[in-house]
Design a protein around this ligand. Structure first.
Ligand SMILES: C[S@@+](CC[C@H](N)C(=O)[O-])C[C@H]1O[C@@H](n2cnc3c(N)ncnc32)[C@H](O)[C@@H]1O
Length: 291
């Protein structure tokens, strides 16, 4: 826990004026009493393979303050225990776009500010980023952003209804470059099948990556997937659209000389597909590639 959080002194510790006091949390005491939970889905949806890596995260005083104050208003723990009413969550029935893995949230906030007619549900497990995005939303008066804490797979599978999303953004998902870790990559056929059920027909899945082997894999699985069609008439990668700002992770990749590829694929409505077919679309919890 950072000293800079201005937390009250631990019980019984002498207070020296001007010297920050280290607060030691008792076992089981939440890190942010009114903030995101450490493991919101608990063991209900145990997943063997995860697309993210738990990181030890240092939270700044500003981020901690935002988590404490704004989480009750704009935060959402992914507990997998209820189905979301998105109009109620946002207080409006505007189109909703899901962004998976927003990192520190700068690009998310920029896109939300540029398009106030779209509601953005942004999910990540990274606590400092959640605090950062909440603080950015408040600073820029953004009322169209909600911050979800936990695994996006559980959010999609357990908490979102079929055809509820008007778009899906996956910008610079963890590349998992080692072969033995490829199974942890998010963009795989099983994930695409799940995502397709939550996307409205015509909604666009927008991915970007600076890891070329992963870009090739994304292009291959998306092109082969029957629920998607490439928005590029000739197939292949897209140029970065004007509306996607440079992300923090992307900037780091560009410094290293990485090539960035965008992919924009549309969810296809099959002629013989009825609403009832899609309603029951759920993936088993333990599934290779989705954990
Ligand atoms: C490489 S970072 C990219 C962050 C940001 N999009 C950017 O470009 O700067 C990938 C992020 O995705 C998050 N992530 C990966 N898998 C996730 C999942 N299943 N659910 C929620 N977040 C996930 C990670 O925690 C991490 O913050």
């Amino acid at each position: 826990m950072s000293d800079s959080l201005n937390l009250p002194p631990a019980p019984g510790s002498p207070r020296v004026p001007g010297v920050p006091v280290r607060h030691t949390r008792a076992k089981g005491e939440p890190r942010f009493p009114d903030g995101p939970k450490a493991d919101p889905a608990g063991s209900h949806f145990e997943r063997r393979i995860r697309s993210f890596q738990p990181r030890r995260s240092r939270v700044t005083a500003g981020q901690a303050d935002a988590l404490q104050r704004l989480w009750p208003k704009w935060g959402l723990d992914i507990d997998g225990q209820r189905v979301l009413d998105l109009a109620e969550l946002f207080g409006s029935s505007r189109p909703v776009v899901l962004e998976i893995g927003f990192g520190m949230g700068e690009a998310t906030a920029q896109m939300a500010a540029a398009d106030p007619a779209t509601n953005v549900l942004a999910v990540d497990v990274h606590t400092p980023g959640q605090g950062n995005l909440l603080a950015l939303a408040e600073r820029h008066g953004l009322t169209n952003v909600r911050v979800a804490n936990g695994d996006a797979i559980i959010l999609l599978r357990e908490m979102l209804t079929p055809d509820s999303l008007d778009g899906l953004r996956v910008y610079f998902p963890d590349p998992w470059p080692k072969k033995r870790h490829h199974k942890r990559r998010l963009i795989q056929p099983e994930f695409l099948t799940l995502a397709a059920t939550r996307l409205k027909p015509g909604a666009v899945l927008h991915c970007a990556t600076d890891w070329e082997p992963y870009a090739e894999q994304m292009l291959e699985v998306l092109t082969a997937h029957p629920d998607y069609e490439n928005t590029q008439p000739g197939g292949g990668f897209a140029a970065r659209p004007e509306f996607r700002p440079l992300t923090r992770f992307e900037g780091q990749g560009l410094v290293k000389g990485h090539v960035v590829n965008d992919l924009l694929f549309r969810r296809v409505q099959h002629g013989d597909q009825h609403e009832g077919d899609r309603r029951g679309d759920r993936l088993p919890t333990e599934r290779p590639g989705l954990g």
